[in-house]
Design a protein around this ligand. Structure first.
Ligand SMILES: *Cc1c(COP(=O)(O)O)cnc(C)c1O
Length: 464
């Protein structure tokens, strides 16, 4: 299987190369040239499979022989062995035909562990095989950083540098990154916001002169194809457990960069009967405005109580738009160039094709807080603010009450204690493996929002 860029001018890559690449050289994102497609009969035959056995079936064609089957299966099994729930991604029922798919039983208590536990192992394998070393430079608004560090901390050939905005992530989120011991782990608190951190990562990829000694720079945010790939699995797992493929399902997905929901879209294209995908945003609602009013326009960032979805532009939306414009990379490149500068509308047939599958809602903090209270009252279940946005959107946008509605539970509420307080609910306890988190030693360095200072620091600390 080859991977091609959404902007049409970069070379096609193999799985191994796409794993080790961030943005394509033309500024686009890599997507598979073709997707596998499964018949209902085949999906039905996966009925009894455990999470890791199903994951192997889904992931194998994308890896396309780059890793021998036995090793790939072992890596997948090992990735999910540490999850605190035997089902890995269990379904919890909230109401008649309404569920939460709990994706927060991994080591860092957010869905990002699903992809990053596997990504760390894939990178380690491929780098060892090639005898190469890599440096991960990543930015986080909270959850990606700890998941990336947890996923890569045992990789011998990887140094990992994570930038977070100083004083703008929750205490639990910061401590999940800064208390992980390891000589090759570097946390930088940047005196700026998340966008500043992300800009520095982009600048570092664009100009890699600060790297020393034959190292490769690897991306761990959701522009990395392998992250999306790993996330396709749980859509199949949930749907099959609810009677798929003989019964279709709907999903509501709390969305920021559109990575998670794009994986759902791919599951649909691969043959999984999905009736509806709901894009649930907070007040940073560029995707909701695009889908509901056909108006794609950047607006300033609004801090919300669901900070992992606080974004101005949604990078993976480009992967969907590529399909919408008939996979014409040059047409997409022109569209994206306009989107950076002005308010853009899509043509009617493009909108109609999107709306056949997608609905959307933008949910305020107040409305999500009310949903946290309602759900707590009706079934004694505590939602985190991101998942609450998903449940709120599911309830307002659902097309049919006969189709099971599954909201992706993207984080454990203990990560967002302030939002739990705001809803007037009591804070949950930290899980056993993190019980002493608040008293562990932290290691991080506060640096000014200045690219040359940060790159000099990396050169000295990481390569020095
Ligand atoms: C990252 C994150 C999201 C958004 O996921 P995308 O793939 O960027 O859409 C939602 N909820 C939580 C808790 C997250 O950490």
């Amino acid at each position: 299987m080859k991977y091609i860029s959404t902007r049409g001018d970069a070379p096609a890559l193999s799985f191994e190369d796409v794993l080790l690449t961030g943005l394509a050289s033309d500024g686009g994102l890599y997507v598979p040239e073709n997707l596998p497609h499964y018949s209902a009969e085949e999906i039905r035959s996966w009925g009894g499979l455990s999470y890791d056995a199903l994951a192997f079936k889904i992931i194998k064609p994308f890896v396309d022989g780059a890793i021998p089957d036995a090793e790939l299966q072992a890596m997948i099994t090992d990735s999910y062995r540490g999850f605190a729930h035997g089902a890995v991604a269990p379904l919890t029922q909230l109401d008649h035909n309404e569920y939460v798919l709990e994706l927060f039983h991994g080591p860092t208590l957010a869905f990002k562990d699903f992809a990053l536990q596997l990504l760390g192992r894939l990178l380690d394998y491929v780098l060892k095989k090639r005898g190469e070393r890599a440096v991960i430079v990543g930015a986080t608004s909270g959850d990606t950083g700890s998941a990336a560090i947890e996923g890569c901390k045992r990789c011998d050939n990887i140094d990992i540098v994570i930038m977070h905005p100083h004083n703008r992530v929750s205490d639990v989120q910061r401590r999940q990154m800064t208390t992980i011991a390891g000589d090759r782990i570097f946390n930088i608190a940047v005196e700026g916001n998340f966008d500043d951190c992300q800009e520095m990562v982009k600048a570092s990829f664009a100009d890699q002169k600060f790297l020393r000694g034959e190292r490769r720079l690897v991306a761990v945010n959701s522009i990395n194809w392998a992250r999306i790939m790993a996330q396709i699995v749980y859509y199949f797992y949930a749907a099959i457990n609810l009677g798929g493929p003989d019964r279709s399902v709907a999903f509501s997905v709390p969305t920021g960069n559109f990575g998670d929901i794009f994986a759902g879209y791919l599951a649909h294209k691969m043959g999984l009967p999905i009736d509806q995908l709901i894009v649930a945003t907070n007040q940073n609602d560029i995707l909701h405005r695009c889908l509901s009013q056909n108006n794609y326009e950047k607006r300033p960032l609004v801090p919300t109580f669901a900070p992992s979805m606080d974004i101005v532009v949604s990078s993976n939306f480009e992967r969907l738009l590529f399909d919408v414009v008939g996979r014409d990379g040059h047409a997409l490149k022109a569209l994206v160039a306009r989107m950076g500068k002005e308010s853009v509308s899509l043509d009617d047939s493009a909108m109609a094709s999107l709306r056949a599958l997608f609905d959307s809602a933008a949910v305020t903090d107040a409305a999500a807080s009310q949903t946290m209270k309602d759900v707590h009252q009706s079934c004694n279940y505590l939602l985190d603010p991101h998942t609450a946005i998903g449940v709120h959107a599911a309830r307002s946008q659902r097309r049919s009450h006969d189709v099971p509605m599954v909201t992706l539970g993207t984080a454990h509420p203990v990560k967002f204690a302030d939002a739990v307080d705001q809803a007037g609910l009591s804070r949950p306890d930290l899980p056993p493996h993190l019980i002493d988190l608040m008293t562990r030693d932290e290691r991080y360095t506060v640096l000014p929002n200045d690219l040359s200072v940060i790159q000099d620091w990396i050169a000295e600390q990481v390569f020095g």
